[in-house]
Design a protein around this ligand. Structure first.
Ligand SMILES: NC(=O)c1ccc[n+]([C@@H]2O[C@H](COP(=O)([O-])OP(=O)(O)OC[C@H]3O[C@@H](n4cnc5c(N)ncnc54)[C@H](OP(=O)(O)O)[C@@H]3O)[C@@H](O)[C@H]2O)c1
Length: 161
């Protein structure tokens, strides 16, 4: 989610959440994100071999000059087409970074095994939601919860049923 109209979530997420996010990146060999997320993150991404970042966009030609084959690629694919492509290329673990529209599509298409939600003790009232407005009915099973800091940031790890 985001705070109001602000795009950059690192202005308000805790350092513990950011550390957890970095550990998730380390554990996955492929990441997928939308263009809004990429535009915010691109200056801080450290590209390296064996870590493929995919940005889904309806306009991959706009990003052609930024592509790094097998490390940073821009595609127009449905979630299941993306998963097939990554499987064919030998990838084992995909991290769906977001935003909300993308997370919703992967959940709706039954392609999510685990969901990591960080609850920051903050109330914003407006902003981009974590899940887009759409009829969904997805059962989750809590498998881990942890308080990450004194202020009470909580990490919830769910498995989809
Ligand atoms: N709090 C958090 O943990 C968190 C995590 C991630 C992101 N965010 C924030 O959420 C906000 C929105 O991010 P976002 O724009 O990346 O999210 P999004 O709304 O999920 O994705 C929107 C864009 O991604 C592209 N896209 C998504 N699915 C696609 C598909 N199947 N095929 C082709 N293109 C597809 C499209 O780009 P085109 O318009 O180029 O076609 C679309 O406009 C950002 O401010 C970001 O910082 C927050």
């Amino acid at each position: 989610m985001t705070r109001h109209v602000e795009k950059n979530i690192h202005a308000w997420t805790s350092k513990e959440d950011q550390e957890h996010f970095r550990s998730l990146i380390d554990e996955h060999d492929a990441l997928v994100m939308g263009t809004g997320t990429y535009d915010i993150a691109k200056t801080s991404i450290r590209h390296k071999p064996k870590k493929l970042r995919i940005v889904l966009t309806h306009h991959p030609e706009r990003y052609k000059n930024q592509e790094i084959k097998n490390q940073l690629e821009f595609h127009t694919l449905s979630p299941s087409e993306l998963v097939s492509m990554l499987t064919d290329r030998g990838h084992k673990k995909l991290l769906v970074v977001g935003g909300g529209r993308m997370i919703t599509e992967f959940l709706r298409d039954g392609l999510v095994d685990f969901l990591y939600i960080t609850v920051e003790p903050k109330i914003f009232g407006t902003g981009n939601p974590m899940i887009a407005t759409e009829d969904l009915d997805i059962e989750l099973q809590l498998i881990k919860n942890a308080v990450l800091n004194k202020q009470g940031t909580i990490l919830l790890e769910y498995k989809t049923k």
